[in-house]
Design a protein. Structure first.
Length: 140
């Protein structure tokens, strides 16, 4: 009975209910998962086991981000071994690229789109220019 109360309390706080959703969304369907909305996020916890996971730091106010988005969606939908997770750096109430958001500060972002690539084992493989080159090859 005590376990049930604890799980209910956790579920009501939203912590239990929200944690697995991005991972499930990243492994199913044709569209990449969208996470963060400006808040700090643990990429290692969201990496999709058994797949190469591309984390795309993005903002709806970033023209290059919007331009590459359809290509990343196609990559996500077309490759069973790759999952794309879009990390929205904007807090909901901020118009323009939100360089001061908690997640932008967490990862010291200076430009977007910015990529981090995690291997099927859940470990960071590449970031920055190296990750951009990897993603570029997959998009060709």
């Amino acid at each position: 009975m005590m376990k049930l109360r604890t799980l209910t309390a956790i579920a009501l706080t939203g912590v239990f209910a929200l944690a697995p959703l991005p991972l499930l969304a990243a492994t199913k369907g044709d569209k990449p998962a969208h996470v963060s909305h400006g808040q700090e996020v643990s990429l290692a916890e969201l990496a999709v086991p058994g797949k190469t996971t591309i984390f795309d730091f993005t903002s709806e106010y970033c023209p290059p981000c919007r331009a590459i988005a359809p290509k990343l969606e196609k990559l996500h939908a077309g490759r069973a071994d790759i999952a794309v997770v879009k990390v929205d750096i904007n807090r909901p109430d901020v118009k323009g690229i939100d360089w001061k958001s908690p997640v932008a500060r967490q990862y010291a972002l200076r430009s977007i789109p910015h990529f981090k690539v995690f291997g099927p084992d859940g470990k960071l493989v590449a970031e920055g220019d190296e990750a951009r080159a990897m993603v570029g090859k997959w998009l060709e």
